[in-house]
Design a protein around this ligand. Sequence first.
Ligand code: UDP
Ligand code: MG
Length: 350
Amino acid sequence: MSRYPHTLSVVVPCYNEAANIPALISTLAKVLGEVERLQYEIILVDDGSTDDTFNALKSLRDTNPRVSWIRFVRNFGKEAALLAGMKSARGDGVVTMDADLQHPPELLPEMIAKWKEGHDIVQTVRLGRPTVTSSLWGQCFYLLLNWMSDVPLADGTADYRLISRRALDVLLALPENMKFLRGMVAWLGFPSVSITFTAPNRHAGKTTYNVRSLTGLATDAIVTLTSKPLNLALYIAGFTLLIAVLYGAFVLFAFSRGLVLVKGWTSTILLILFLGTANLFCTGVLGLYLRAVLAETRRRPNYVISDCAPASIPIRPWSIPAEQVANSSPVGVALDDQHSSSLVQQKERK
Ligand code: UDP
Ligand code: MG
């Protein structure tokens, strides 16, 4: 990597983060300003916030020429916001990080140094977790995922990472619609290095994730990264067949010896329960994958942009075809083909 100065895009998904963003931007400006020969841009993605986040983004862009923003029509989730930001990023490297300062910006110089050394992916791993529930839940999740998936994913792998341009281009070119970025980045297999950090408490506000949304994320992760659960049906079928054969052999043996078997409810009920559960479980697993196939065949966009505004000093000009500027809303401009199609869809819906 010999091209100087390096250009870096920092992508931040924001959902009801009005109280956090100003502090994040000033810390970023301070930390990144001290890195030698680095040009950077900050892309803030408003994921359908219901608080004052959007006004905060607008005023930050007015005062900081390196800030750009993208606004979704509604809440599409963090993965969608990350994706939108990464698609509009123009840097040689792209950092993704949370808006609540739980991903310490002070780590960036070390991450940038590792990137300059030639690592395409600089992944951070969070040590410890804030609550007991999420800790237990998180550990079970990573254990399960690592057991099933061919892609190793360390417990605590955070969405705070730096990706090189060549790795990002491959990531964005992956054809699937359903994206579990943490797993897919690991799947890419580019040279990578990990940095551990201890997450502080949120600067302000509280997390929007709960056990339910985390479970949704976990099923997405499993369905995206591995198809091994589909084999479970076969394993269970093999196991029940074995039990049936053994039980049949036992009955024949008892019959040949003239033994009278006591007919009881318990064994019958247990057998019905066991087979019923196995059946429902396998159908459920099939349902999960069917849902994933359905999402892929529908090919709906991951998000819809209502408005966007580039930085006053972009590190590289955004590709903005003239007709899209004319068609766009006062501040909004189409960032690229993906974004313009989202904008067009939005206009068609109106
Ligand atoms: N976030 C988002 N859309 C959502 C939920 C969260 O863009 O629907 C953003 C949020 O603003 C923050 C990041 O994702 O920048 C992480 O969210 P949070 O702090 O709630 O998650 P946690 O730190 O508890 O994992
Ligand atoms: Mg957080």
